[in-house]
Structures are given as structure tokens and as C-alpha cells.
Design a protein around this ligand. Structure first.
Ligand code: BGP
Length: 485
């Protein structure tokens, strides 16, 4: 039995353009950094190719054909009773190269039609401006977010879509999971994270310090761009609710050894300056000391700092999947910084998914309390939470009790955070309410949906949609405002 949430709580789901739409080169769309990511797998990182290479498998080129099927798919979301639906605008449908003088009208019209359909269904659009899909041309021509000019390109894009959809979209967020790239210590995902966040790619053997310096400077430009977009958005429509978006994951010490606890704090500080700047408009003191000590982030102006202060976000959009355990690897705590002194180790106290992600529902309640302690009263919207799993169709059915169990446990913790802890959570959008292409691996077989899509990792299949057992479960959760878990 769950706890009842307010009637205006935004129950729904979330996807991203590059993982669902397909039509990667249709309607005037340009090549994005997601369009050159090959198919990977749990143990096989996706490859970032130099442009699109004939004959390779690029799952984002077809996604689940959402570009053509969105009306039927949104009808399924409405059938579940969704109050909100998150997706991203593919930046390259609007500015194919990113530095184009004028926007692509066909791309603007596509999202006009999609948002009209959502509003017709009574579903609140929650829109991400940049979900791992910046124009590839901005990488080849300018070096991605290592170039300050990206700020103006992003702000022009934001202003264009804010203006176009000012009466159709209220909830926005700027960069998806902007702090992922701070996870440089995890080599396999390190390249993927800094590529998808900043369009940065490094030659084999580049020293970690060099990557970190590049990430810190690019992250600064991304934060300035976000802040300027927030200001412009509020000028275009004062009712806009514009968020910063971060993945949040609790970090636990490997033992009660003081060094492990200090390592947790350093690992957290290595990541959380992004949310501090988004919310407070200033870098935390520890980061300023780090930047001064290391000389990283050399290009910051007073105008930047003013923009950061003026462009703080209206809410925090968060993704939550799992938690991590941090173990100190050195007794010399002077070594502890963004890259050194600790490692991620398995957590013997929790189960993991087939992709090795820790299953930790209580970590979500813990995280929501932590965020409210850090940023008192700031609204929080959970815009991603879900269970990637292998599903099997048996007699036309998918009995995904394992997904129901994961989601039920996490929703129960959200309800406790709201009802018992007083945390201002305004919505829960589960990730991938319809099966889509995985971001990290490019697989269709890592399925999150309440709706099964008959496509495999090679993009083969009928594309037919099928309601899983979890479809009716979530429909009842929403209908009962969270009571019938
Ligand atoms: C987050 C991304 C989403 C989504 C999710 C699940 O990092 O914001 O795009 O993909 O992770 O991850 P995956 O698709 O790799 O299972």
C-alpha cells in the first residue's frame, strides 16, 4: 500500500529524441554526436566513429521510429493516464549544424505538431534542450564545448525554441545529466560521458589530468550557456519552469575507515559543483580552491559569474538509477581529488541488474533528503528512473514482474520522501516508458518500457507495440495517486 500524493503530482515517463525518433537525416535534420555512436553492449563500449561510416550499425539512426509513430505512442501514454511526458528536442532538427544563420522550419514544425498532440491529450510536455545530441559540426568545426562560442550557439537555439513553443511548453531543462562527465575515473564510460556531455574526444593515452582540465572548462561554458538560457526563457515567458538536470547517485564509504569517508566527500565534490552552480549561481568554495590550485578552468570572466548568478534554475530535474561504494586507495589524503585516491567497488549489500547496476530504492529517498538539505525548498522532478532488463514475449505477453518490483520499491521511497520527509518532489517520470535504444550500450535488448517494441539490437523486427504487465500496474498507480503500488 502506497502513500497518496497530491492530485497535481506529475506522473509520467521520459525518453530522448536520439534514442527514440530515428529519422536521423530526415526533415532537414543534421548529424548529431549521437548519430555516430555505434551499437555496443554491456561489456563492449560504443564506438565514436569519425562521421557516419557505411555498413556500421548505428541504432540511433532508427530508434523506434518515434518520428513517425509518436501519435500512436502518445495515445498509449495517455491510456496509462500520464500527466507529463519528457522528451528532448533534437538540436540538429532546429539548427542542423549548430551555427546556421536561420533555424530549420521543418524541424520546428515537427515539434509544434508533437507538442500540440501532447497538449490535446492533456499531457504536460517536459522538454530537454540538449540530451546527448549536440550538432556534430560543432565538434568538427569548433572542438565541441571546449570553445566559448558554443555558449552563443546554444543560447540562440534555446531562444528560438522558447519563443516558438512559449504557449505550448511550460517545463524545460537545459543539459541532460550535465555532471556525468565528472565520472572520469570510470574509464569505459569516461569517454562516453565526456563525449555525450561536451563533444570532447581524446587521443589514446591522453593523461587523465588533461581530460579533467578540458572537462572543467567545457563544463563552465555549459553552465554559463544554461544560465543565459534560463534568463532569456524567463523573459520570453515568466511562467516557464526551467531546470538543470543531473544524474544523482548516493556514494557510500566502503568501510567506517575515516579515509573512506573522506574519499566519499571528495568524490561527491568532484561531481556536485555542477548542481551548486545551477542552483546557487556560484561555484562552491572547495571547487574554487581546486581550480586555483590546479589552474583548471582558466577562462572565466566577471560577465560569466554575473550570468551564473542571474540564471539559477527553477527546479532540479534528476535521474536516479543506482548507488555506488567508494573505497580510498591511498592513505595520503592529500592525494584525494577529482581523479585520485579512490575507486568504485561493488556493494555486497544490494542486488544488481543484468547490466550490473545496483538496485537501491532507499538510496532514492536518501538522495531526495540530501538534495533538500543542500537546496532547501527547491522543487525536484524525478525525470528518469527505471529498470533496464531482458524481456521475453510469451504467448503475446511480457510478464515483467521484476520491473514492477523495481519501480514499486522506488516509487514507495519517493512517496515516503514527499509525505514523511516533506521533500518538494513535483513529479515522477519513469525512464523509457516505451522500449527505446539504450544510451550507454545502444541496445534495444536493455528494455525499460511498460510497452514492448518488437525491434532487436540490429534494428530488425515488426516495430509492433505490446503492453507488458507493468502497463496496467503503472496505470493503476497513477489512477490511485500512488496508493495502489
Ligand atoms: C541516462 C540517460 C538516458 C538513459 C538512461 C538509461 O544516462 O539520461 O538517456 O539512457 O541513462 O541508461 P541506458 O540507456 O544506458 O540504460
Amino acid at each position: 500500500m502506497g502513500l497518496k500524493l497530491n492530485d497535481d503530482f506529475l506522473w509520467g515517463g521520459a525518453i530522448a529524441a536520439h534514442q527514440a525518433e530515428g529519422a536521423w537525416n530526415v526533415g532537414g535534420k543534421g548529424v548529431s554526436i549521437a548519430d555516430i555512436l555505434t551499437a555496443g553492449a554491456h561489456e563492449k563500449p560504443r564506438e565514436i566513429t569519425d562521421g557516419v561510416i557505411e555498413g556500421l550499425n548505428y541504432p540511433n539512426h532508427h530508434g523506434i521510429y518515434f518520428y513517425d509513430t509518436y501519435k500512436a505512442d502518445l495515445a498509449l501514454m495517455a491510456e496509462m493516464g500520464f500527466k507529463a511526458f519528457r522528451t528532448s528536442i533534437a538540436w540538429t532538427r532546429i539548427f542542423p549544424n549548430g551555427d546556421d544563420a536561420a533555424p530549420n522550419e521543418e524541424g520546428l514544425q515537427f515539434y509544434d505538431d508533437m507538442f500540440d498532440e501532447m497538449n490535446r491529450l492533456g499531457i504536460e510536455p517536459v522538454i530537454t534542450l540538449n540530451h546527448f545530441e549536440m550538432p556534430y559540426h560543432l565538434v568538427t568545426e569548433y572542438g565541441g564545448w571546449s570553445d566559448r562560442r558554443l555558449i552563443d550557439f546554444f543560447v540562440k537555439y534555446a531562444e528560438t525554441v522558447f519563443t516558438r513553443y512559449k504557449d505550448k511548453v511550460k517545463y524545460w531543462m537545459t543539459h541532460n545529466e550535465i555532471s556525468n562527465q565528472a565520472n572520469l575515473t570510470d574509464e569505459t564510460m569516461g569517454e562516453f560521458m565526456i563525449w555525450t556531455n561536451s563533444g570532447l574526444k581524446f587521443p589514446e593515452g591522453t593523461p587523465a589530468e588533461e581530460k579533467l582540465a578540458a572537462m572543467v572548462q567545457a563544463g563552465h561554458y555549459e553552465l554559463v550557456a544554461s544560465a543565459k538560457a534560463v534568463q532569456i526563457g524567463h523573459a520570453i515567458n515568466p511562467d516557464f519552469v526551467i531546470g538543470g538536470m543531473l544524474n544523482v547517485a548516493p556514494l557510500y564509504p566502503a568501510s567506517s575507515k575515516p579515509a573512506d569517508m573522506l574519499a566519499v566527500q571528495k568524490a561527491r565534490q568532484a561531481r556536485d559543483w555542477f548542481s551548486d552552480v545551477h542552483v546557487r549561481g556560484e561555484y562552491p568554495a572547495e571547487f574554487e580552491a581546486f581550480a586555483k590550485r590546479t589552474g583548471m578552468r582558466p577562462d572565466i570572466t566577471e560577465e560569466d559569474r554575473e550570468a551564473l548568478r542571474a540564471g539559477t534554475v527553477d527546479y532540479l530535474a534528476i535521474s536516479y538509477y543506482n548507488s555506488f561504494v567508494i573505497k580510498a586507495t591511498s592513505d595520503d589524503d592529500a592525494e584525494f581529488d577529482n581523479l585520485h585516491g579512490y575507486e568504485i567497488v561493488p556493494n555486497p549489500e544490494v542486488q544488481v541488474s543484468d547490466w550490473g547496476w545496483a538496485i537501491d530504492p532507499q538510496g532514492l529517498r536518501y538522495t531526495l533528503n540530501e538534495l533538500n538539505d543542500l537546496y532547501p525548498g527547491l522543487p525536484i522532478m524525478i525525470v528518469e528512473n527505471g529498470f533496464g532488463a531482458y524481456d521475453e514475449v510469451v504467448d503475446g505477453k511480457v510478464h515483467d514482474q521484476y520491473r514492477i518490483d523495481y519501480l514499486k520499491a522506488h516509487v514507495a521511497e519517493v512517496e515516503k520522501a514527499v509525505v514523511m520527509d516533506g521533500i518538494p518532489v513535483i513529479g515522477y517520470l519513469s525512464w523509457g516508458p516505451i522500449d527505446i535504444v539504450s544510451a550507454g550500450t545502444g541496445e534495444m535488448s536493455k528494455r525499460y518500457g511498460y510497452i514492448y517494441v518488437d525491434l532487436d539490437d540490429m534494428g530488425e523486427g515488426s516495430g509492433e507495440r505490446l503492453r507488458k504487465d507493468s502497463f496496467d500496474w503503472y496505470k493503476q498507480v497513477i489512477a490511485s495517486h500512488g496508493v495502489d503500488l
